[in-house]
Write a protein that binds this ligand. Sequence first.
Ligand code: NAP
Length: 446
Amino acid sequence: MGRYYLLGHPLGHSLSRPLHRGLFGALGVKAEYSLMDTPAPELAKAVALLRERADGFNVTIPYKESILPFLDEIHPSAALFGAVNTVAVRDGRLFGYNTDADGFALALGHYGIECAGRRAAVLGAGGAARMMAAQLSRMGADVDIAARDTQKALRLSKDLVRRGLEREPGAVHISALSGGYNLIFNGTPVGMYPDTGESPVTEQALAGADTVFDTIYNPLKTQLLRMADARGLKTANGLVMLAAQAAAAQELWTGMRHRRKDILDACGPLAAALALSRRNLVLCGMPGSGKTTLGRRLADALGFDFFDVDEIIEKRHGMSVSELFEGRGEEYFRKEERAEALRLAGRERAVIATGGGTLLNPQSAAALKKNALVVFLDVPLRILTERLRTDQSRPLLAGGDLEKRLAALWQSRRPAYLAAADIRLCGYILDEQCKRLYKAITDRGL
Ligand code: NAP
């Protein structure tokens, strides 16, 4: 099992873990990806540990530059960008790379952004701006770096040339931008969550532009992209770039190639996790509709915690739902179910698989819905019957004619599920369900 890490501080709810898990899964590689949230005074100790323990690691803010002295070798691209975001550990030696440029290049291709012979303004003079200015210039664009400190932009431009870039980018003050660029690339954090109302430039700067690319992905639509959308320009956020730089890192670690489709598929759960923000996802539906299986899969992909109401109650009592029904009666179980629902309603970033009866209780339904998107897994009766034919664990379906009992339960409960749901998810094939759900969540916007 490969061991990989993300080194940075603070890491909070980093998307990297679910992203890398998903991408490793697409490669069929067994690997663990863990967060190593490291305050600055502990950096040296953390790197020593990684040298010993890791097969590779990513580096993020604020260590993309300060990691350089710890490395044994630095790839020429990372040297050009003056920053490392990926380290491969081979025989105890640390090899530094920068895969942000690979991610950026793939994103440009994905969105069909042509650069050769076009005028491009890169906003900011930090790591992302440096990478984009170098990459765009190498692709034949005529680049200006637009920063709030023109001298810094100028120094960056000179430094890129000193490190081997052939065409020297221009340097301008960001507030002086008043149009005339075909392409605008935002490499500043302005507009990032929680300051989502801000834009690094005014409308005027977009005059004459046909494309705006924002490296920010939280929110998916920044104020800058909204402004560009309103003008009918082509827009792209940083999500594909994020997924593609992670895929490129894995390729360096494993020597295996990712399919472009897998990289784009990996964006689905990330976009959904961002669109959900701090909210929960509550799954409801009939017994056998796959709430637990789908719930676990979703929680993994979104990077959320997973809770199953029935499982929690079973664990607490050390007996199955059927045994509880038999020993303590349905009323007792429903009381426990309601108490658990009220407890779980207070969580954030959780996928909650409800029991078949949880949302039938108005108090539970109201509490869970307050801070959640409720998804009804509307699986056809025919499929439910097939799935439950050999299942003895459902007390309300035990004994008698399964088909009849199930049909009666379906008839009586489905209206309540439909009433509670924000999204009705049809179909029953797991991969398809996930993809449709990610899209449905993302389409609702942030
Ligand atoms: P960085 O090295 O700290 O650089 C940020 C730059 O933005 C600096 O030049 C800074 O100016 C400038 N800036 C900050 N606030 C500004 C403001 N109010 N007006 C004008 N300029 C401002 O950060 P970074 O690593 O380049 O990251 C920048 C952004 O790119 C972040 O939002 C990050 O999430 C995003 N990013 C995305 C990906 C991806 O895969 N999608 C990858 C890398 C980065 P000063 O130099 O004057 O301080």
